[in-house]
Design a protein around this ligand. Sequence first.
Ligand SMILES: Cc1ncc(COP(=O)(O)O)c(C=O)c1O
Length: 371
Amino acid sequence: MKFDIPLARPDLSGNEESYALEALRSGWIGHGDFIARFEREYAEMCGTRAAIACANGTVALHLALVALKVGLGDEVIVPSFTYVASANAIRYCGAEPVFVDVDEATWCLDPTRIEAAITSRTKGILVVHLFGHPADMDPINHLASLYGLWVVEDAAEAALATYKGRPVGGLSTVGSFSFHVNKVFTSGEGGALTLNDPKVEGYIRMICSHGMDPRRRFFFPVVGYNYRLTNIAAGLLCAQLERRNVFLDRRRAIISLYEQLLRGVPGLEFRPVAPWAVTSPWMFSLIVDQAQFGCTRDRLMAHLATHRIDSRPFFIPVHTLPVYRDGARMRNLQLPVTERLCAHGVNLPTFTTMTDAEVERVAECIHGIRK
Ligand SMILES: Cc1ncc(COP(=O)(O)O)c(C=O)c1O
């Protein structure tokens, strides 16, 4: 179905076209200068020593886990309330995701539930800064250092969010980002890793590019991948980053307009924001309480669709998906917070070029179903 108001729409009205054209006209459509520029600027934004561009957020996670030597039989702690790619990247390494519930106050990994999931096979914690909100990193990093684990941040949805004043991506061993078309910054497909350790950086750069030894051309000491980003995509990202404040301000204004128009509606719950968090304004989220609101989340979404407004349900908990549920059953896994949020949550259209009138139309439609 074609929607009048889609869930997301990229804003390419800055220098995107001219940078893409510059890459095309120069012939540097594979490797090129935009990649180094993007990496420099992104590292600076995240407060890390380095950033590495790559093809998408899924391979960014895979590269991080391979560099951290995750292998067959290892376990990695991860929330079930996430996009499936977080768990899949663990499986690519032959390791098992061990799902832990999220905190009601952040919708991210609950630090108080992690310790019980640690075993002798646990290698690390894959934190997800879900829907733009940072996870509570201090207690997670503390536990990790106590048990000798690494921490990776899946910040795919959380570009420029901050935790106690520090940007995500620089709060752990490695940060991972996505520039998929529905993200705050996009190049259609794209990803990045942020990190401080030069040894890990060197290894990731090597395996991102077939595993070629940087000192010896066409010598491959390890099995690598081709997970590189193109210069055209990096050009788009450079243009997007130039307008980062415009993007953030407009998205924040959209989210506060939604809140203003929907505050006080019985049965609608907004996303909580911890006092130490500045969120990345990704997609506006609501939890629908059927008893109080008068209809289910799914009926609300169907109602929006009949008014040509797109929306999307929260993720199906990863531990309940066919490829992961046997392991979860074996552990008799109960994740009540994840299950409640995922069953009742919905994301609403949020994009830079969305007008106030469009936000008002979505809100009116939501009010309309209660009449
Ligand atoms: C939390 C999370 N992790 C990983 C990914 C994967 O990123 P990509 O789609 O760029 O592969 C996404 C979504 O796109 C995501 O939302």
